[in-house]
Structures are given as structure tokens and as C-alpha cells.
Design a protein around this ligand. Structure first.
Ligand SMILES: *Cc1c(COP(=O)(O)O)cnc(C)c1O
Length: 365
């Protein structure tokens, strides 16, 4: 699309209405539960603050990984609960957490001794993390009772202590590992006060018995499926991001001639090639192979040749009438990111979080 000053290049259009729709659909699955909207990693590439503001009136609170992300939210006036999913690593950071009234996960002994030793203005809301099978963060079974005891006794901890864990395989067909994690979680949390939470996106879609008092939707908020081979649309979700750019060249191309670095693709016919202003320097996967679908003027055409830093070539077909400036959709409405991911060997989680600072964001609705 020609826009006064030139072409509209490398834009992520984020649909606030789709984000709200997805949130409301998720909340309808778990109507009695608190829903903590997970907005780490720049809200999965959609914009931390914009997404927080879009969901502020709907969500119970927000989950982020880093203290810096939480501070951005508080500085912008977001007052809802904010949970730091990995906790903090110094007494200074605990002080900030206390002043900003943030909630923290506590997953290791060092974090307990820090909170025991700190001198804080207010007690902190904490979530003890249990390792129920992910074996990444959290207290192992032998440590759980003592860690929990210490937190219930600390005057720096707001009582009651909440309990959190995370599934490692809830997206898979085989339900056995998830059922085992759930059994461990349920055994420890039984008859304990405080909120309990274990379900992220895959758990929310597949394990209603895992909802407890709080669910933690991440990728599904953005309309993307956490489960291989199924698109978000199948669950009634709407893609929140449509990633767009435009054609910067349309060229006649002769049968038998290759395209791009390494000459990895040869045309089997005379055709028209479109050159799209989008490359791995914008976050498109260089591993996307020839044949990866791309939308132009309402139809799907194949990517051909290697993805370059700033450009992608597409085969528009022999009689194409597309022209410089025409809009191209890399993923989003009409072209699920899950499909693009399947052509690149990457997960949709990785694609959505690797857009670079060159992308312009446009929030609609
Ligand atoms: C990232 C994260 C989530 C959200 O995961 P999705 O699969 O994107 O829903 C939930 N809980 C924790 C602890 C996380 O780190």
C-alpha cells in the first residue's frame, strides 16, 4: 500500500479486539478461576505495555519473567497483581518488589534465605515453586515441606503462601506424564491454604482438572496453538498479530534460472517473481524453505530460494498482475503462524518472539 511518504514495510498489526476475544474465550473455559495473562518477552512479540493496557480491565493480573518488565508495567500505572515467574536474585531486588507490590515465585534456597534476611517495607506475596516433573526450576520433593515451612514463618512473606508448578508435556498426546505431575501437585497442595496454579496454555486447553484457583495463559492469548499440528483457530482463537510488508520489485524470470544466495531453487517455467521487503533481519526464519506460504493480494504463493537479511522472493506465477507496493502478509489473519512455523522447523513460540527492533507496530481496534 502506498502511504504518502513511501511503502509500508515490515509492520506488525496487532488487533486489540482479538486479544480481548481470546482472553474472554479462555476465561469462559475457567469462569471461576483467576487468569494471569502471561506477557513476558515483549508480550510474545506483541508489545508489553500495549497488551497489558488492552487486557488490564479483564485480567486478574500479569505474569512476566524479569523485574525490568514488571517495573515498566508499574511505571505505566498498571496496578493489577504482577507475578515474577522466576523471582528475584538479591535483597535490593526484593526491596523493589516490596515497594512496587509485586508477587514473586520462590524456586530455590537462596531466594528463601534472601527473603528471610531482607528488611522490607511490606511483606511480599510469594508463590513457592514445586518441581513436579519439569526439572527446570522448583523444589524437589525432598525439599518441599521444609521450604514451605520456612516461607510460612517469615515475617517478610505475606501469608498464606501460594503454590505453583509447571507442566512439561501437557501439549502431548500421551497424558501419563501430565497426570503424574498433577498427582504430585495435588498431593502437596492438599489441605494447604493459598492459591494454587499449574496450568499454562496446553493445560488450559486439555486439562480442566488442572485449573485450581489460577490459570496462566500465554501463547493462546495471542491466538496461537501450543499443540503441534493444530491451529489456534480450531480452538476458536483469533490471531492477534498480522505481520505485513510489501513488494519492492516484480520481475520477469526465465525457466531454468535460479533465485538468490546459493541458487537453491530453479524455476520450472517462465514466471513473475515478487521481492518482499522482509527478511531474517526483521525476524523471518532463514530456515523457512522454498514452498513456505506467503499471502499477496488475497492468494497464497510460495517462498522461493533462500531468505535474505532484508528480502524474501516469492513466485507470483506467469500471469501475475501484482505490483510494487502491494501488501504481503507473512503470517496472521488468513495465514496461521503455525503453518509458517511448520515450514521452518521452528515452533510458533519461537517465531512470534524473534521479531527484531526494525518492525513497526500498529495497534488496531
Ligand atoms: C511462559 C509461562 C507460561 C505461559 O506458557 P504458555 O505455554 O505460553 O501458555 C505460564 N507459566 C509459566 C511459569 C511460564 O514461564
Amino acid at each position: 500500500m502506498i502511504s504518502g511518504t513511501g511503502l509500508t514495510i515490515a509492520t506488525a498489526e496487532v488487533d486489540r479486539q482479538a486479544l480481548r476475544h481470546n482472553f474472554q474465550m479462555i476465561q469462559a473455559l475457567a469462569p471461576d478461576q483467576a487468569a494471569l495473562a502471561i506477557i513476558k518477552a515483549h508480550a510474545y512479540g506483541h508489545g508489553l505495555l500495549e497488551v497489558a493496557k488492552t487486557l488490564e480491565d479483564l485480567a486478574y493480573g500479569f505474569g512476566v519473567s524479569r523485574l525490568s518488565e514488571a517495573i515498566v508495567l508499574r511505571d505505566a500505572g498498571i496496578e493489577k497483581p504482577i507475578l515474577l515467574l522466576e523471582g528475584v536474585y538479591s535483597i535490593d531486588e526484593l526491596f523493589t518488589v516490596s515497594v512496587d507490590q509485586l508477587s514473586i515465585v520462590i524456586h530455590c534456597e537462596q531466594q528463601i534465605s534472601d527473603i528471610e534476611q531482607a528488611n522490607l517495607p511490606h511483606p511480599i506475596d510469594v508463590w513457592i515453586k514445586l518441581d513436579t516433573g519439569m526439572h527446570r526450576l522448583g523444589f524437589i520433593e525432598e525439599q518441599q515441606a521444609q521450604a514451605y515451612q520456612r516461607l510460612t514463618k517469615s515475617l517478610n512473606v505475606r501469608q498464606p503462601v501460594n503454590i505453583i508448578s509447571h507442566f512439561s508435556r501437557a501439549d502431548e498426546e500421551d497424558g501419563v506424564p501430565t497426570a503424574q505431575q498433577l498427582a504430585k501437585f495435588s498431593a502437596f497442595t492438599k489441605n494447604k491454604p493459598g492459591l494454587k496454579s499449574i496450568a499454562a496454555s496446553a493445560g488450559i486447553l486439555k486439562w480442566p482438572q488442572s485449573y485450581y484457583q489460577m490459570i496462566r495463559p500465554g501463547i493462546i492469548l495471542y491466538g496461537i496453538s501450543p499443540i503441534d499440528g493444530i491451529n489456534g483457530e480450531t480452538f476458536g482463537l483469533q490471531p492477534a498479530m498480522t505481520l505485513k510488508s510489501c513488494l519492492i520489485a516484480v520481475r520477469q524470470h526465465k525457466k531454468g534460472e535460479p533465485i538468490g544466495y546459493g541458487a537453491t531453487w530453479l524455476s520450472e517455467r517462465d514466471t513473475c517473481i515478487g521481492v518482499v521487503a522482509f527478511g531474517y533481519g526483521d525476524g523471518y526464519p532463514r530456515s523457512a524453505c522454498s514452498g513456505t506460504p506467503i499471502m499477496v493480494n488475497g492468494r497464497q504463493v510460495p517462498l522461493v530460494g533462500r531468505v535474505s537479511m532484508d528480502m524474501i522472493c516469492i513466485d507470483l506465477g506467469p500471469n501475475a498482475t501484482d505490483k510494487i507496493g502491494d501488501e504481503v502478509i507473512l503470517w496472521g489473519k488468513q495465514l496461521p503462524i503455525e503453518r509458517v512455523a511448520s515450514y521452518s522447523g521452528l515452533s510458533a513460540y519461537e517465531l512470534i518472539t524473534r521479531l527484531t527492533s526494525r518492525i513497526k507496530y500498529n495497534y488496531i481496534n
